[in-house]
Design a protein. Structure first.
Lengths: 336, 336
């Protein structure tokens, strides 16, 4: 939390996106008996999965075990996760009238199970470690709603944005207000900071981001003004200075930009999180160590830096490489 | 060609990646009777397909109708294109010893059919229009060889790079020397300029690009020193200044960077090509016109600029939007 506030820390704090997941044998064991969505909806188990990972890795923060798409069910989308194929959202939004059937969440009680995951995880967590809540960002969630699932290029989303700017704005507004209540609910349930995942925003040009995405994102973060926020995007480093305008406490950066350049571009008035390429964790401990040290040296003791990957841990990652990463960060003397 | 040399032009020249392709009814008609690879290997037809597109759109350059992967067949890879699923390369390279079975092309005569496409297209083309030859870049081709086809993340490629740096260098060397001969052959057959497609390079960090990709790419372009070259990459604008170091005459940029920022970052000693998001062509003529004018205004009469997309035309693109784009570029008065 000191790093989030850009205060000096004795060592660089580290946590890893998707630190509890398929790469870990303990997680695969749990999943033998329960589906992914069911696990997310079983607070005791979801908390256990994360607490086990935090314990095993020795990271400096937990994040709730959940999924960015769950908020879309009470908003009116029908969601299924098929093994291997990823999420499917039925009846994707393709016309302005489709937006009418989306409900803005005035009441977030249908997401009580997420708040329960927050509380369960918080209760089981070392008091010194912060718990991170999260949601998808308005753009990334709108993208799933319009595509009907994952996508490489988000062409339907772009087409919708260009052709129906008013309906797009309406959709982003409904998402923004719902997400603000949802994230506040997570903080009320025990989270210290929230991360907003704009995982697919990198498909956009700067002009499109400024016009179609920044206003809603800024509004979301403004509604959370009193809450520490991490805004994470991937895929286009050119967006970083625009993303900063959204006003979060921390900006999450992927590996496409050199961390020294990211620090320079973003300036000293925002904290930074990232940016090791998760593919490096597929190699060997010695390579992981070198690439991790590379980043730490470039950070050069900057206040307001949180070590993380540039995206989530990949399922095929050997656990020992992740342990090596955490040990390397913790063994690094910030003031040397 | 004047724009390639950064000399003043009366109007902004324009051509479009994948300007002959599935979005065009004439192309779909041709493909009713012939497979994709067979079409590439039938010079008369391949030339016709491109000449028809150039004629219909009124663009200022032709590019040979071919595929970046064809060069890999005589190098020892077995290649098939399955409808819908994209290319498949059998026996992908996964260990250093796999690189041994790859042949460096001392003799490019197995690719004579490509040179014949060049000559046929050149003969049918208006003398004032340049013909562009092309190949994949060493990294992008190595990526296909290691993944065994297309990929979103190029994880096997990165793992290979990190674990087997010597074998990687050897593979890049074989590709570089083969591609230099191949591209020179295209120029000898009648091309005026060659484009090197590094379509997937954007998955890399700046550090990895500098270490694993830039040296080979630089060497390739050095071997073509007397030939005008366009080096095109997509997916990570942070790489642009490094890509410039490879030494091409023109840098192709995607839509992720604002064109004004690209001009500033790349400086005045290299020509620039790009950068409209091809997704914009899925919208409506009025939107296409506005977004095209936006770019032209930002270019602001810069010498050494070629209008293009940031990636190839998408199959579902309405032809009238492409025509609108070309008309808008040609109607724009550079010196206004």
């Amino acid at each position: 939390m000191r790093a989030v506030r850009r205060e000096p820390t004795a060592r660089v704090p580290v946590w890893l996106m998707r630190q509890a997941g398929r790469y870990m044998a303990e997680y695969r064991d749990v999943r033998k008996n329960i589906g992914f969505v069911e696990l997310c909806k079983t607070p005791r188990l979801a908390a256990d999965v994360m607490l086990t990972a935090v314990d095993k890795l020795g990271v400096d923060a937990a994040i709730i075990f959940s999924d960015i798409l769950l908020v879309l069910e009470p908003m009116g989308m029908s969601l299924t996760f098929s093994a291997g194929d990823g999420p499917v959202l039925e009846h994707p939004l393709r016309t302005p009238s489709d937006v009418e059937r989306i409900t803005e969440l005035a009441d977030v009680s249908p997401l009580q199970f997420v708040f329960d995951v927050v509380t369960e995880t918080r209760c089981g967590l070392d008091q010194r470690l912060p718990l991170i809540g999260f949601s998808g960002a308005p753009f990334t969630l709108a993208g799933y709603m319009i595509e009907g699932g994952g996508s490489n290029q988000f062409l339907e989303t772009k087409r919708f944005m260009y052709r129906y700017p008013d309906a797009w704005e309406k959709l982003m507004g409904k998402l923004t207000n719902s997400l603000a209540r949802y994230l506040r609910g997570q903080v009320d349930a025990g989270a210290q900071v929230v991360q907003i995942f704009d995982s697919w925003v990198g498909c956009l040009s700067c002009g499109d981001y400024s016009r179609y995405v920044l206003p809603a994102t800024k509004q979301l973060i403004a509604q959370l003004r009193d809450i520490p926020t991490i805004y994470f995007g991937t895929g286009n480093p050119e967006l970083l200075t625009l993303m900063k305008q959204a006003g979060s406490s921390v900006i999450g950066v992927d590996w496409r930009i050199d961390i020294a350049a990211a620090c320079e571009r973003l300036g000293n008035d925002v904290a930074i999180q990232g940016n090791l390429d998760p593919a490096i964790l597929l190699s060997e401990p010695e390579i992981v160590r070198n690439k991790t040290l590379n980043i730490l040296r470039k950070i050069n003791g900057r206040d307001g830096y949180i070590f993380n990957l540039g995206h989530g841990i990949l399922p095929q990652t050997p656990v020992e490489n992740v342990v090596t990463l955490v040990e390397t960060v913790h063994g690094y003397n910030v003031r040397s």
